[in-house]
Design a protein around this ligand. Structure first.
Ligand code: 1GP
Length: 251
């Protein structure tokens, strides 16, 4: 396994992790740089970069480069398709949207992007990506059949299948900006069934919600909207500290 994945595993032996997601379609390179810098100061563990719409090409490169210049945190691409690849990042979640109804999002985009990942020397981290209701933009764009919130067993079956297919992370995604995060009961059952680290994101806005997800069994919490849309950089900093406290369970 590569450097970033090893970093994740080593840190997980000591604590739960907090990844901050920045969508190049929503933040300027300057804002991204500032948020990355504050994230590092706060004790965030990595920056994810991506989005379902418009997070490509020069816009993506500009944001990744700005983040690299302002912080030493690992940068991990979180691509909506093969368009979401930048040579400036450290690693890429090489993800398959297992509950998509469209093979493009399961293996098609992956094939189209594979040579580029190799050429750029990006570290691929294989990940099972599962969309839970409501699913938001990524659910619609990814032609997903979102897993019902009250059906944790379906999520657990997909997660275990992902692990058996060789994926080394499982991500439960309620969708960016979801009105409610993934239910704790679902997180708990998935965690009970799999052996690989579990990432949870979508709609986590408060320390309490982040704490609940961790208590249920999430290993890594992803927060995006709550920080990006905080209203000002000062408020974003405050939100970062609040969420990080909830995840790390300390002040
Ligand atoms: C979205 O899970 C991430 O892909 C983060 O969601 O923007 O709601 O924090 P939020």
């Amino acid at each position: 396994i590569g450097k970033v994945e090893r970093y994740i595993h080593e840190k997980l032996e000591r604590e739960k992790l907090h990844f901050v997601l920045l969508d190049p379609d929503d933040v300027t390179p300057e804002e991204a740089a500032k948020i990355a810098e504050m994230s590092e100061e706060t004790g965030v563990d990595a920056i994810m970069i991506g989005g379902s719409t418009g997070a490509e090409g020069e816009v993506l490169d500009g944001v990744v480069r700005a983040i690299k210049e302002s912080s030493d945190l690992p940068t991990i691409l979180f691509p909506g398709s093969h368009g979401g690849i930048s040579k400036y990042a450290d690693a890429i979640f090489f993800m398959s949207l297992l509950n998509s109804t469209n093979p493009f999002f399961i293996t098609g985009a992956q094939a189209l992007g594979a040579f580029q990942v190799k050429r750029y020397g990006l570290e691929p981290i294989p990940m099972a990506y599962l969309i839970i209701e409501p699913g938001e933009t990524v659910g619609w764009v990814g032609d997903a059949k979102p897993i019902p919130r009250h059906k944790p067993k379906i999520a657990a079956a997909y997660a275990l299948a992902g692990q058996y297919l060789g994926m080394r992370l499982v991500y439960l995604e309620a969708g960016s900006g979801a009105s409610q995060p993934v239910p704790p009961e679902m997180i708990a059952l998935v965690k009970h069934v799999i052996d690989v680290p579990l990432i949870v994101g979508g709609g986590i806005r408060t320390a309490e919600q982040a704490r609940a997800a961790v208590k249920a069994g999430a290993d890594i919490i992803v927060t995006g909207t709550a920080i990006e849309k905080a209203g000002s950089l000062e408020k974003a900093g405050k939100k970062l500290r609040e969420l990080n406290r909830g995840i790390k369970g300390r002040d």
